[in-house]
Each structure stands twice: as C-alpha cells, then as structure tokens.
Write a protein that binds this ligand. Structure first.
Ligand SMILES: *Cc1c(COP(=O)(O)O)cnc(C)c1O
Length: 331
C-alpha cells in the first residue's frame, strides 16, 4: 500500500543544475555539473529543507504545535528547522550537544535572530540528544502541548523521502535538458539520510549512476550500516518493502573527514577556494568543502577523465563565517 505524504511546500520548483566548465578543465574531468541544493530558497538554503517539507508536513498533519530538534550549536539542520517552524507558525525548541554555545556567529546567530528557544543539554551524540528531546516532549505533552520530535539531521523516513523526490527531480531535469544520466554523483554524508533517499531513487528507477558518499563524520562501516537501515525503512514506509537494498550502488569514502567532524581540513579549505575562484560558488568547511575535496582528489588521480560527474551541493554556507580564522590562516 502506498501512503500519501503531507508536504509543507517550501522549495518552489526545481533547484538549478549548472555546468562547471572552468573547474572541469582545471581538474581534467570530461563533464562536471553542480546541483544547487544550497539554493533551496529559505534562510540560506541547504539539503535539510527537502527533508523538512515532509517532516513539517507530517507535524502539521498530526496537529502538532511545537517542534523539538537538536544538533551542535552550529547545526544547519537546527537553523533550517527553526526557519520552517517559524514559517509554519509552530513553536521551536532546539537542544544542543555539549555545554558551550561557542562562537555567536553563523547558524547560532541566525537561530538567535529567528527567536528559537535554545538549550545546552550537556550530553553528546545523536542518541543521547534524542533521549533528552523525547523527555522534554513528554513533559510538554503533560502540559497539554502537541510536540513533534525531529532527530538530529532529520533522517527519518518522512525526511529521507524528500531526497527520493530530489532524485526524481534530477531525472526529470536531466530529461528536459537532454543531459545523459551521470556516471557518478558526489555528496557529503552526515547521518546518511540524504544518500539513503537518493539510493532509494536509484534502486526504484534502476539507474546506472554510482553514488559517491563523502563522509564528514563517521567511519565507513558504521555509516554503511546506517545508510542501509535508513534506506530499508524508507522503502518500507513507501510501500516498496520488497525491494532489496544493495549497497553496491554506493561508494563511501571516510578519508576526507580530516581531524574530526566540524573541524575544517586543509583539502576542504582548498576545495572552497578552488570552486570560488573558478566558478564563483561557495561551499562550506564542514560538509560540502570536504565532499568537493574528495571529488578533486579523485580527479587528480585521473579517475574522472572520461566521466560525466555531478557534485550535489547540500548547502551549509553559514559555516564559512564561523571558520573564518582557519580559512584566513591558510591563504
Ligand atoms: C546535514 C548536511 C549534510 C548531510 O546530510 P545527511 O542526510 O545527514 O547525510 C550535508 N551537507 C550539509 C550542508 C548538511 O547540513
């Protein structure tokens, strides 16, 4: 049985797909394109808006009046959830990992401007944060509220469905621009929900494309199992539970994380400069710069000479301003 999904519309139309001819020439790539999910149209944009269309759609359908989510104080997901909750007229409570807010810049500054209620939890990790949020939601329920809890990164079946739809959007867009299917698509991977949605698209549309997931957080094996779980849940939720999830359509790379999640890397910063200086487009030091560094490294190994490649920009640009020191240092 197929479910109908409530959608709270945010992204009007398709995000642009654009050629990167100068960067392609510099790196020796036959054909290089970018999918601009940094231009999803609200509060500086990013991939979480595709998830939030369906997450907030579900919250509204369930009659909720309060949204709880969390992450690091500089989480893009937290910033975009606040923006969408404001737009939908829902109250928003953010729960941050750790015990320090850190720099009052970037996403934290934007959350302050948007009036989010923010709490430092003192706990670390997605699971521990989810437990805190569930407790707070229970308290709110007892006080007569109708809370909707979104886990870190928004990677639930409803959220990941947004990226299944994104896959369909890409296919339609390639069709209308008479663009051949891509050989490889590069995308930054955090919790894995974005990649899971794209994988569901590939599996259901039996496409030849390889997904190249560049991890910015976890090691390869645990990430692979997370993506497998997300994809299985999504397909079941979509009424496609009989489809087997074969992970051989995904290649995962964990060598571009650098020191750790949230800390800029030298190759990521170089990628930021290279794209800005050849094409005038910004990627960020936490996610998309590291993903682009993976693509650049493979191009320099000569692996993309004959390939038709897409870089899927997932947003995150406010982080440029929280990491200004590292970007200036290496100039
Ligand atoms: C959250 C995020 C990602 C990763 O998405 P997941 O679905 O968690 O893997 C990638 N890029 C940016 C900019 C993000 O904010």
């Amino acid at each position: 049985m197929k479910r109908a999904w409530a959608r709270f519309p945010i992204i009007g139309g398709m995000t642009p797909i654009q050629p990167l001819p100068r960067l392609a020439r510099l790196l020796g790539i036959k054909s290089l394109w970018i999918k601009r999910d940094d231009l999803t149209g609200l509060a500086f944009g990013g991939n979480k808006l595709r998830k939030l269309e369906y997450l907030i759609g579900e919250a509204l359908e369930e009659g909720c009046d309060l949204v709880l989510t969390g992450g690091s104080p500089q989480s893009n997901h937290a910033r975009l959830t606040t923006a969408v909750a404001n737009k939908a007229g829902l109250e928003i409570w953010l729960f941050f990992a750790g015990s320090k807010m850190g720099l009052q810049q970037g996403n934290l500054l934007l959350n302050q401007i948007m009036g989010a209620e923010m709490t430092l939890t003192g706990v670390y990790g997605s699971k521990a944060l989810l437990r805190v949020m569930e407790e707070k939601a229970d308290e709110a329920r007892k006080a007569g509220r109708k809370p909707y809890v979104i886990p870190v990164g928004g990677s639930t079946p409803a959220g990941d469905y947004g990226y299944f739809r994104a896959w369909q959007e890409l296919e339609k867009q390639c069709g209308s621009c008479q663009l051949a299917p891509f050989d490889e698509i590069y995308v930054a991977v955090g919790t894995g929900g974005t990649l899971a949605g794209l994988l569901a698209g590939i599996l259901l549309h039996s496409q030849e494309t390889d997904l190249m997931g560049i991890s910015v957080w976890k090691k390869r094996e645990p990430l692979q199992s997370d993506i497998h779980t997300c994809t299985t849940h999504l397909l079941k939720w979509m009424g496609e539970g009989e489809v087997t999830v074969s992970m051989d359509k995904i290649k995962l790379f964990d060598q571009y994380i650098g020191k750790k999640y949230g800390v800029p890397s030298q190759s990521g910063n170089e990628a930021i400069r290279l794209l800005a200086q050849t094409e005038g487009i910004f990627v960020d030091p936490v996610y998309t710069g590291k993903a682009l560094a993976g693509l650049i490294n493979r191009a320099r190994q000569g692996l993309l000479k004959e390939k038709h490649v897409l870089f899927w920009h997932t947003g995150g640009t406010p982080a440029l301003f929280t990491h200004h020191e590292s970007l200036l240092d290496e100039k």
